[in-house]
Design a protein around this ligand. Structure first.
Ligand code: G6P
Length: 437
């Protein structure tokens, strides 16, 4: 039975993950669940909710919540990490500062991702050191955003680590949505995927008979649009990002694109569509945030979670638990994960952190080779990798020049004067979070 800690325990995503844990106990047995957050008030609400949920669903599992990392990281088998350094207040700045200057404002793409990345690396580095001090053999499953930059930074800072797995739920969100479109069990779909995190493409989606369903999916999306499988639980802006897959397929029909590519392929169009005064942060703060906390408070007051419609398994939670199970039981199931390239995509730099399909077992991910990719994709990815690498180096070397180079390279910025204005404002906004560049 496993002892786990969930870092970012006060997140609005936590109830869904906890729910998934209770429904996967046969696959992933639990002894103790610790919720850890630096924000005591958020942690208390979700922590009290967790106690009720587990009392009702799995009373033999011990549930603890804490703001003390010495308690959190002690003798754990798995760390599920989904921290958000700076919370919503800083996310808002990541989104609004670039938009003020006519660049994409998004938490993982462009200058917003850059800004968030420089904040996340510091806390992630500290987390890995603390976990290794208190639980030397624990698996660290990392979902912290911006995942691409975090993954690359951790690979640079801890090159010998072989028990950190960086993974994102967006490929699985997409797969689930594809599976609905063709009415086919998602667990029987075998994807072939290449790229970087939030910057990749599905080339094939094989069914259980080895037939490639990607052509059919492209056809359906091109003729009828694309909606996420969990559309009724999502906000309008999320639906908008799915709708744009049709545009991407129209322009670049080779492969099924990750939704996040639209920020890089259509930066001018997207900037016009985004409202600099009402961004995703506002939407989430007014929507999911209020809903989840109100529901958890209600559950705590009533003492039961049985009647909750808000607390349900979601793709994110299911995936986190299934990934842990695949490692714990050496199941060797296929997941799309981030790994150091080293030849997987033959004509990309060895040190890039690529996102590809891998078989995942007790010894970690064994990625499937992708081979050579075509010029258009190679060009886009090399540019994006250079941005990611310079961002990480700017952090490590405290280099203003590298930070400016990174932003200038990013397809959502391009103009170096624009990059400098945004960078200077982000430096001000991130005082106390970033190293001094
Ligand atoms: C997707 C992305 C994640 C992102 C998440 C939440 O799952 O892959 O990177 O963190 O959505 O975004 P939201 O805007 O809803 O907080």
């Amino acid at each position: 039975k496993n002892n786990i800690v969930l870092v970012g325990g006060g997140s609005t995503w936590t109830p869904g993950i906890l729910k998934a844990m209770t429904t996967h106990l046969n696959q992933f047995a639990l002894n103790r669940v610790v919720l850890y957050d630096v924000d005591a008030s958020r942690q208390e609400v979700i922590g009290e909710f967790a106690k009720i949920l587990f009392k009702e669903e799995a009373s033999d599992v011990e549930v603890v919540y804490t703001t003390d990392k010495e308690v959190a990281y002690k003798e754990v088998d798995f760390v599920f990490c989904q921290m958000r350094t700076g919370g919503f207040d800083m996310r808002e700045k990541d989104e609004k500062i670039p938009l003020k200057h006519g660049a994409i404002g998004q938490e993982t793409c462009g200058p917003g991702g850059f800004s968030y990345g420089l904040r996340s690396i510091r806390d992630m580095e500290e987390m890995v050191r603390d976990v290794r001090r208190l639980s030397p053999d624990a698996w660290i499953l990392n979902y912290t955003n911006p995942a691409a930059i975090v993954a690359l930074a951790l690979d640079k800072i801890f090159p010998e680590e072989n028990k950190i797995l960086n993974i994102c739920d967006q490929p699985v969100n997409l797969l689930r949505s594809y599976s609905k479109l063709i009415d086919y069990d998602v667990d029987k779909l075998e994807p072939v995927y290449f790229g970087l995190n939030h910057f990749g493409w599905f080339t094939h989606i094989y069914d259980a008979f080895g037939n490639d369903r990607a052509p059919e999916l492209k056809e359906i999306i091109s003729n009828g649009g694309f909606r996420p499988v969990d559309a009724e639980q999502r906000d309008q802006s999320w639906l908008d990002t799915y709708a744009m897959v049709e545009d991407m397929l129209h322009d670049f029909p080779d492969y099924l694109p990750n939704t996040y590519l639209q920020y890089y392929l259509y930066p001018e169009y997207k900037v016009k569509k985004l409202d600099p005064n009402w961004t995703r942060t506002d939407e989430v703060r007014e929507g999911r945030e209020k809903k989840v906390f109100a529901e958890c408070r209600r559950i705590v007051e009533n003492g039961t979670a049985k009647d909750s419609k808000v607390v349900h398994n979601d793709a994110h939670g299911d995936m986190m638990v299934e990934v842990a199970a695949s490692i714990a039981n050496n199941e060797r199931r296929t997941f799309i994960v981030m790994v150091r390239n080293e030849g997987i995509i033959a004509n990309l730099p060895d040190d890039s952190m690529v996102e590809v399909a891998a078989s995942l077992g007790a010894n970690g991910p064994h990625p499937y080779a992708v081979g050579h990719i075509d010029t258009f994709y190679k060009g886009l990815i090399e540019n994006q990798h250079a941005f990611e690498k310079l961002t990480v180096e700017a952090y490590i070397e405290k280099s203003y020049t590298k930070a400016l180079q990174a932003l200038t390279l990013n397809r959502t910025v391009v103009d170096a004067k624009k990059a400098r204005v945004i960078l200077d404002e982000l430096i001000e906004a991130n005082k106390g979070y970033w190293p001094e560049l």
